[in-house]
Ligand binder design. Structure first.
Ligand SMILES: C[S@@+](CC[C@H](N)C(=O)[O-])C[C@H]1O[C@@H](n2cnc3c(N)ncnc32)[C@H](O)[C@@H]1O
Length: 246
């Protein structure tokens, strides 16, 4: 296995539109998040980096496209602010890089087993670099979620807010820990993508669906609106701050 990373091409020469599917959720979330302002991208369940690469380039492209189409309407200050939003967005990759943990509780006897989707961190790093993802902006958080998804991780990385969250860790227990981790990072308009919403034959008491429903009741200050679905398994939501309605 190679541990070297290829020489990246000059950033300006890379055509990000080659790296993601234009009608897909990564692209829609990227366009939506362009209007949000600050916030990072957090992916829980990275495997070989395929969706991470898509997310990075979809967001880069959304930024470039918006400036190209509407930049002439923007004041220097607005334009500089949009540049800053993109330049300061960070990309967090959370994974064991050893595949799935033991499958417990409601998810037993389903399609997943321990060790599925195992891919080493070295390989993921190489895959991202080959696809011209700027590794200086990526933080790899390696380990089991019960160990890594802690307040000290948020503090160590000075995490403030999430623009887009991708939950692709398949299992109820993993998704629940991931959702608890992002609670302090929510902002009005955070997009959450669930890659495996309709796994387990679409059963709402298993997997990511169950984790999301249980988590939502623990965050009464926030409401969720279903956003786009994609393909066989995926779904997404926009999270908003609940208004005090007298
Ligand atoms: C389906 S794969 C992710 C696929 C990836 N997003 C893509 O589309 O290329 C699921 C990943 O979740 C990770 N995972 C699930 N539960 C985890 C846990 N509790 N701790 C760490 N990693 C976990 C596995 O290691 C695996 O890489």
């Amino acid at each position: 296995m190679s541990t070297t990373t290829p020489n990246p091409a000059p950033a300006g020469e890379i055509d990000s539109s080659r790296y993601f599917w234009a009608p897909g959720l990564e692209a829609r979330a990227a366009d939506f998040a362009f209007g949000l302002g600050a916030g990072d991208y957090l992916e829980f369940g990275v495997y070989d980096g395929s969706s991470f690469i898509q997310a990075y380039h979809a967001q880069r492209y959304a930024h470039q496209k918006a400036l190209k189409q509407y930049g002439f309407l923007m004041s220097d200050q607005v334009r500089a602010n949009q540049e800053r939003i993109w330049q300061t967005r960070r990309f967090f990759a959370f994974d064991s890089f050893e595949g799935l943990p033991d499958v417990k509780g409601p998810d037993q006897n389903g399609p997943f087993k321990r060790g599925d989707y195992s891919c080493s961190l070295d390989t993921v790093r190489t895959n991202l670099a080959t696809a011209h993802v700027d590794l200086d902006r990526v933080s790899f958080i390696k380990g089991w979620y019960q160990d890594t998804l802690t307040p000290s991780t948020r503090e160590a990385h000075r995490m403030q807010s999430a623009a887009i969250v991708h939950i692709d860790c398949d299992l109820y227990e993993s998704a629940k820990v991931a959702l608890n981790f992002i609670t302090p990072l929510l902002q009005d308009g955070t997009v959450i993508i669930f890659d495996d919403w309709f796994q387990f034959r679409g059963h709402p008491q298993k997997g990511e669906q169950r984790a999301f429903r249980e988590w939502l009741v623990t965050v009464p200050g926030w409401i969720a609106t279903e956003y786009h679905k994609e393909g066989t398994w995926r779904n997404s939501f926009i999270i908003n701050r609940r208004l005090d309605e007298a």
